[in-house]
Design a protein around this ligand. Structure first.
Ligand code: AMP
Ligand code: MG
Length: 342
């Protein structure tokens, strides 16, 4: 069973929850051997699930080939096939799952379905060398404050409606901004926000430990259409309000859980203003603060491969007949036996 170095195993991970199709190859000593991503892009930066899924099936073969080539391994050296089983967009998830099932069946390898949100946390723990962080995971599809407690990753705060990245993206698109290669909509908002001078009042909605961004988005769009404000001021205000909400919930979760590490990940983690707010929260609580490097904070196959390895080594296997995708699979429903056994 064992391949590569003595006692080491190799896992190939497939990620396809939303706009990215990615394959990563990871060794059980934590070496990321390859991590190849091909992103679906539409002119306005939106994600149409069926179009994205078609993109994934078109590029799957090439991405797979490249991930193996970069890693310098053949399928015979791969011990485990992991795939993102959820949460995410159904058509996109099904494409990745189909590729994973085909590989596992044809090459007779064990298959492991991985929770996408757990994978974001686990790759962060690996590369930032953290033991037991509170994590803020903010992306185009998720807004989650989570930490390990009592055998699971518990949810300490989440969005009640749209994800924060989606809030920024929709605002940017309506403002006429168009994304470019390496310039996602959220980054364009950040650029404009740097020229902001005035804090325009916008609804700040935190309910208990949960967040709501749809009212904020609607209000920001109304002000945008009124033509009364500079776009820079609106971008600045949108960021200040949305990120203050995130910082408030994260801070309360940190105080409650008394975790000594704070991890920031997801596409929105690239934002300098959000980073500095959270760095301050961590400092006030004496917690170590870490941000996952961009290539591993975005959706990627390496995080799926790494988490698949952790799962497999703790006895988790997903039989093909149970490998149906789970578009709404919550992080607190996913078993994480490797955390309890150290
Ligand atoms: P993901 O869903 O993890 O692939 O991340 C994509 C999300 O991150 C999108 O909503 C982007 O607009 C957002 N994003 C990327 N860069 C930035 C940035 N500098 N500031 C805010 N959001 C960003
Ligand atoms: Mg993405």
């Amino acid at each position: 069973m064992l391949a590569g170095r003595a006692g080491e195993m190799i896992c190939l991970g497939i990620e396809s929850t939303a706009d990215d199709f990615s394959v990563g190859v990871v060794r059980s000593d934590g070496t990321i051997m390859s991590n190849v991503v091909d992103a679906f892009s539409s002119p306005d930066g939106g994600i149409h699930p069926r179009e994205a899924a078609r993109h994934h099936s078109e590029v799957a073969g090439l991405v797979l080939r490249r991930a193996l080539d970069v890693a310098g391994v053949g399928m015979d050296e791969v011990d485990v096939i992991a795939f993102s089983q959820g949460p995410g967009m159904g058509p996109c998830l099904r494409t990745g799952a189909t590729v994973a099932r085909a590989l596992a069946s044809y090459f007779r390898k064990p298959l492991v379905g991985v929770n996408h949100c757990v994978a974001h946390v686990e790759i962060g723990r690996l590369v930032c060398e953290l033991e037991d962080p509170l994590t803020l995971y903010v992306s185009g599809g998720n807004t989650l404050v989570t930490a390990y407690e009592g055998g699971r990753y518990r949810v300490f705060g989440e969005t009640l409606d749209i994800p924060v990245g989606n809030c920024l993206d929709v605002f940017a698109r309506e403002a006429g901004l168009r994304p470019g290669p390496g310039r996602p909509l959220g980054a364009l908002v950040e650029e404009l926000a740097r020229g902001g001078r005035e804090l325009v009042p916008l609804p700040y909605v935190v309910k208990g430990m949960d967040l709501s961004f749809s009212g904020l988005l609607t209000a920001a769009l109304r002000l945008l259409r009124s033509g009364r404000y500079r776009l820079e001021d609106l971008c600045f205000s949108l960021q200040e309000v949305a990120f203050s909400m995130l910082a408030e919930v994260t801070e309360r979760a940190l105080a409650h859980t008394e975790k000594e590490e704070l991890l920031l990940t997801g596409g929105v983690a690239a934002n300098g203003r959000l980073r500095s707010m959270l760095a301050q929260v961590a400092e006030e609580h004496g917690a170590r603060f870490a941000v996952v490097p961009k290539e591993l904070a975005l959706d990627n196959g390496a995080m799926i491969a790494w988490t698949g390895l952790l799962a497999y080594r703790h006895g988790l296997i997903t039989p093909v007949e149970e490998s149906y995708v789970r578009p709404r699979w919550r992080i607190d429903e996913a078993p994480v036996p490797w955390r309890s056994s150290g």
